[in-house]
Design a protein around this ligand. Structure first.
Ligand code: ADP
Ligand code: MG
Length: 233
């Protein structure tokens, strides 16, 4: 499944947080690459650097050293305004806590993602509804988050991440709040949607049962990649 071009690459990514005079090393030189159509899991103990790494991969956090290339473009030297454009053009995020707007209907929550990218009007409504239908929520367009189950809320979040058709999808513990069967169905759905469209998917998870949906598992320990990982590029 890893035969497509590389869409996301980290080279020597290092991150040290400074808390006053205390330096907290979080990542110690991570190299990884994700191809089109590939689903990669990041697994490792709490505090090992997974959230830090996926945030740097998504260009929402800058590395202390090293670099990230998105669709072949090095991001290290880009000013924040350019980085924001890269994020909007190429990257979708899915979070553990869904991050849905409580007062917006499901279709409006999805449409936010298009609004940000300048897609409005009838086109935006139709694309949002198509994205919700694709995640099995065709009967929930005008339902508020509070009237959806956890699995349905996470599927709205997936629709929101996918509606703008980013090449790269990043998810930080997307099933942490779901029971294991719901979690597996959400990840299976994400995998199918992503792989059929040649997206590159990186999922942080603690959940070993999700491993069956991955092309590759990367284990992170103490801010470094620990072997063995399957099918290295
Ligand atoms: P994981 O997601 O694997 O649990 P994190 O990436 O959240 O791990 O954290 C890795 C390390 O970096 C931990 O030691 C954590 O305490 C530290 N860390 C993460 N974010 C910050 C921050 N904003 N400020 C200071 N230290 C942080
Ligand atoms: Mg984390």
């Amino acid at each position: 499944m890893s035969s497509g071009p590389i869409q996301l690459r980290a080279s020597g990514v290092t991150k040290t947080f400074s808390l006053g005079k205390v330096e907290v090393p979080a990542l110690g030189g991570v190299d990884m690459a994700v191809a089109a159509g590939e689903v990669v899991l990041l697994m490792g103990p709490s505090g090992s650097g997974k959230t830090t790494l996926i945030s740097i991969l998504g260009c929402i956090l800058a590395p202390t050293a090293g670099s990230v290339a998105v669709m072949g473009r090095e991001t290290a030297a880009l000013p924040e305004a350019e980085l924001a454009k890269v994020r909007l053009a190429h990257i979708g995020f899915i979070f553990q806590g869904y991050n849905l707007f409580p007062t917006l209907f499901a279709e409006e929550n999805v449409r936010v993602s298009l609004d940000l990218r300048g897609v409005t009007g009838r086109d935006a409504v139709e694309r949002s509804r198509a994205a919700l239908a694709a995640v099995g929520l065709a009967d929930k367009f005008r339902v508020l988050p509070r009237d959806l189950s956890g699995g349905q809320k996470q599927r709205v979040a997936i629709a929101r991440a996918l509606v703008a058709e980013p090449e790269i999808l990043l998810a930080d513990e997307p099933t942490a709040a779901l029971d294991s069967e719901t979690g597996k169905s959400v990840i299976g759905l994400l995998r199918n949607l992503a792989v059929t469209h040649g997206r590159s998917v990186v999922i942080v998870t603690h959940d070993a049962r999700i491993a069956e949906f991955a092309d590759r598992v990367i284990r992170i320990e103490d801010g470094r990649i620990a072997g063995p990982s399957q099918g290295t590029l």
